[in-house]
Design a binder for this molecule. Structure first.
Ligand code: AP5
Length: 222
């Protein structure tokens, strides 16, 4: 039976930073909706052109487009065992669509780790973030710096600052998160699969959070 883990948390909580390490631990593919949109924007595909304005403004891409994109992605071979979902679902409509998708492939959600972080910490993290052009690896200029200035530790590609890490877009993303995504906390709590961890220290090493996340997910469950 394919197993799915949903990493839930506000923009800047560290989902992307921890997701790679967690998906490796469980041997699951890491599916980041934000990375798929950014790859399509880079490749100038129809999906990328459509999504670009939403991402730049910090708004959500419409549900129908996002759901269709994830449905197609989850049917690929590398998700046969399941996946770690980072950034999807982000609305209750997306969560319900995911439930339907998983029931059609006999998949199950084993855990929804929710990374809770205070707003001032989120703003600090997003405004100091540097992202790699090739694979989307993330760094923070002070708290998780790359070894070489402007160069990704993992693949040597150039680091850049995302358009949606500008002040106005950050504010918009946090407002939208509260309105559209926070209701998912209740949605998954009621299903008994929400596992909360707090991560409010600015300089806590990502490995520390990975350990907390692995503990709440429970290796035996996957
Ligand atoms: P997406 O790419 O998913 O962005 P997000 O959810 O806003 O999350 P972020 O990537 O900003 O933050 P993160 O939690 O991954 O934090 P990170 O690890 O980078 O989505 C982008 C856009 O795509 C959306 O706004 C929307 O337009 C669209 N989209 C995506 N999914 C969608 C959906 N389902 N529906 C509709 N639209 C959708 O960490 C942040 C910083 O903190 C980094 O600098 C990092 O180095 C640092 N850091 C992390 N952990 C630590 C730590 N422990 N200690 C110190 N520093 C740390």
């Amino acid at each position: 039976m394919p197993n799915f883990i949903i990493l839930l948390g506000p923009p800047g909580a560290g989902k992307g930073t921890q997701a790679g390490l967690i998906s490796e631990s469980f041997g699951l593919s890491h599916i980041s909706s934000g990375n798929i949109f950014r790859e399509n924007m880079k490749g100038k595909t129809e999906l990328g052109k459509m999504a670009e304005g939403y991402l730049q403004r910090g708004e959500l891409v419409p549900d129908d487009v996002t759901i269709a994109m994830i449905r197609e992605r989850l049917l690929r071979d590398d998700c046969a065992k399941g996946a770690l979902l980072d950034g999807f679902p982000r609305t209750v409509a997306q969560a319900k669509a995911l439930d339907e998708m998983l029931s059609s492939i006999d998949g199950r959600i084993v855990a929804v780790p929710y990374i809770k972080v205070a707003e001032d910490v989120l703003i600090n993290r997003l405004s100091g973030r540097w992202t790699c052009r090739a694979e989307g690896h993330v760094f923070h200029e002070k708290h998780n710096p790359p070894k070489g200035v402007g160069v990704c530790d993992f693949d040597g590609s150039e680091l850049y600052q995302r358009d949606d890490d500008k002040e106005e877009a950050i504010k918009e993303r946090l407002t939208i998160y509260k309105k559209d995504t926070e209701p998912l906390i209740k949605y998954y709590k009621e299903k008994g699969i929400l596992k909360q961890i707090s991560c409010d220290k600015l300089d806590s090493p990502p490995e520390e959070n990975v350990e907390k996340l692995l503990k709440v997910i429970g290796v035996k469950n996957v």
